[in-house]
Design a binder for this molecule. Structure first.
Ligand code: PGA
Length: 251
């Protein structure tokens, strides 16, 4: 049985007080989610301790949205994987397209971040996906393959067994333009096949592959009905507990 996961990526939204309120609102409605669906809240660094407090005693997990590519030292302004693990953070979103695009994340930095994430007992939510020009040039398969090969293929089987992958077409993120369920399934199945080449059928079959990009309660059911779509990484719609729950009900 493959895991079913709905992960919120709050990005750079909410104050700490608003974030606590949002986390508490999710806790209040969580039991209405489909049984067995795992909920993860991806909060800003400043919110993590309070959000972890707010979800304590529930099965909701908390994710950071990034971590440093060094363990410690003179890296002003960075937040390290040990700092996150020390708070009780369970997941780190790595390789989000906004980080690749605006902060110059490369496979090289992502390899370092992945290693530190695992070394500190956390699991990555590793994001891949093509931009509009790449989709129009029909390069989306190549792009996703490269983002997997250059980073995920460096993991040990043990590390790989803990990864969550999120396919997020950049042209669908925050644009209101969702990939069709068929487009999502096509690339999710492709990604699973690429994973199979390296890690084998069984490991590839049990890897959760989430869809991200304008996923909302109204389109989640159709996306999640596809065999290789195991849930969502949710941006905008994760900022309202009811919408987030609506997605978690959509399996
Ligand atoms: P969106 O963002 O749901 O607002 O499109 C998804 C993401 O970037 O993770």
């Amino acid at each position: 049985m493959r895991r079913k996961i709905v992960a919120g990526n709050w990005k750079m939204n909410t104050t700490v007080a608003e974030g606590i309120e949002l986390a508490k609102a999710v806790v209040a409605v969580k039991d209405e989610a489909k049984a067995g669906v795992e909920l993860i809240l991806g909060a800003p660094f400043t919110h993590l301790a309070s959000v972890i407090d707010a979800v304590r005693g529930t099965n909701i997990a908390v994710a950071a949205q990034n971590c440093a590519d060094h363990e410690k030292g003179a890296y002003t302004g960075e937040i390290s994987a040990p700092m996150l693990a020390g708070l009780g953070v369970q997941y780190v979103i790595l390789g989000h397209s906004e980080r690749r695009q605006y902060y110059g994340e490369t496979s090289e930095t992502l390899n370092a971040k992945m290693a530190l994430c695992y070394a500190n007992g956390m699991a990555p939510i590793y994001c891949i996906g093509e931009n509009l020009a790449e989709r129009e040039a029909e390069k989306h398969f190549d792009i996703c393959r490269k983002q997997i090969e250059e980073v995920v293929f460096n993991l040990t089987p043990e590390q790989f067994s803990k990864i969550i992958i999120a396919y997020e077409p950049v042209w669908a993120i925050g644009t209101g333009k969702t990939a069709t369920a068929e487009q999502a399934e096509e690339i999710h199945a492709f990604v699973r096949n690429v994973l199979k080449e390296k890690f084998g059928e069984e490991a590839a079959q049990s890897t959760p592959i989430l869809y991200g990009g304008s996923c909302k309660p109204s389109n989640a059911a159709e996306l999640f009905s596809k065999i290789d779509v195991d849930g969502g990484l949710i941006g905008g719609a994760a900022l309202k507990a009811d919408d987030f729950l609506g997605i978690a009900k959509a399996f």
